[in-house]
Write a protein that binds this ligand. Sequence first.
Ligand SMILES: C[S@@+](CC[C@H](N)C(=O)[O-])C[C@H]1O[C@@H](n2cnc3c(N)ncnc32)[C@H](O)[C@@H]1O
Length: 430
Amino acid sequence: MKLQEWLVNGGVEGLSWLQLEDFPDTGRGVKTLRSLKSHDVILTVPGSFLWTVDAAFSDPVIGTVIRSVEPPLSVDDILAVFLLFIKSCETGYDGRRAHVELLPTSYTASIFFNDEELEICAGSSLYHLTQKLKLQIRDDYLKLLNNLITKHPDLFPLERFTQDDLSDKQFRCIAPFADMLNHSFDVELCHIYDPQLNRLQILAGKDYKAGEQVFINYGPVPNNRLLRLYGFILLNNPHDSYDLVLTTHPQAPLYSQKVALFESIGLQVNSTFPLKLSDPLPLNVLQYLRIQRLSSSEISTLAVRHGAKDRISARNEAEILKALDEACENLLAGFSASIEELEAKITSGTYQKGSNAWAAAHVSIGEQKILRATLQKAKELLALVVCANCGKANENNKRCGRCRKVVYCGIDCQKSHYKEHKVLCKAAGE
Ligand SMILES: C[S@@+](CC[C@H](N)C(=O)[O-])C[C@H]1O[C@@H](n2cnc3c(N)ncnc32)[C@H](O)[C@@H]1O
């Protein structure tokens, strides 16, 4: 095989015990022909084989052209143009062309979904980011067209540099053969680029028996990101998350003081918080919201000076939890299909296992489960702040002595509420 020859002749080590193979769950991947111990070096790829900005810049044919584009191209654009240029060459670049020929010919990253498939996860962050990405790719393509492609038709024939071709930026390939390794969370992070020695090494991320598929770990990536970047999802992904974006309007009262307070606890005014099933309402979300809703009389209290780790006032706490409750309800209402509807379609086989629709449904289910857990947590915390009977957020509200899950502002409210509360109270107290 041409690729193998090119790599071995150029000093790539490891190819005598690694072999490409098709696997049922992951598609094409790499198997080891010998047993490996965790941390063994299994593949070494010298830097000269990598697709890098430097490699593109030093290419004798297009290097100078790419370098002279104004405004300068982004790293992604340079790599995409470099790859497509090699793909469009009919002669020369034998090794690199052999590599490009082996790249997948179709992709299942979410930007390649048709409208119907994408609609399945409408409301999810995957949906919003994919729509944004589609527009960004169109804009990037138009810029490339004006600033590079139409200026050098001899180097970049228009019919081979269409917007669809450039969407192939999704190939996240960095090194020939190393990019054939599939992902598993069950192995340690095991790919290392050494800038001094200018080489990429892959170590065994666990012990392997001869004949097993070898994996690398793409990092702690949630399903919405796996689907957006790589076109697959993992069931029971331990890193699944919903990215909650919190921002504060510059016209908000006490804006500059609040920004300073955010920064004092390592947060930005525009922050993204990954919510997880294992921690659906992280402390830093509460800290952000407490600061965001501070009143002028609360701004210099001790609790604020301690980073708003604890409640600042009953008023402030009730306000942030109600806002969070409302935000979760609104986000959940924005999904095109509920968890139950999607699960029914998966069980009945309407969304076939492994299809784009199936993957989109799983991302939507995962995000909704997290949002429901966040909503539940916000409700539980709110019940410890506002009187269960009259709804007042009072500093002296006391917990129900039995279940300790609700609070009352006084004995009268507790008595009036007892009829409604007793079932829940008994169940919680048992
Ligand atoms: C770096 S490549 C790995 C090699 C790839 N399978 C190939 O045939 O070229 C990354 C792509 O492999 C697939 N992939 C990697 N890990 C996977 C996994 N655990 N399950 C399903 N597909 C996976 C996805 O399509 C992903 O975009």
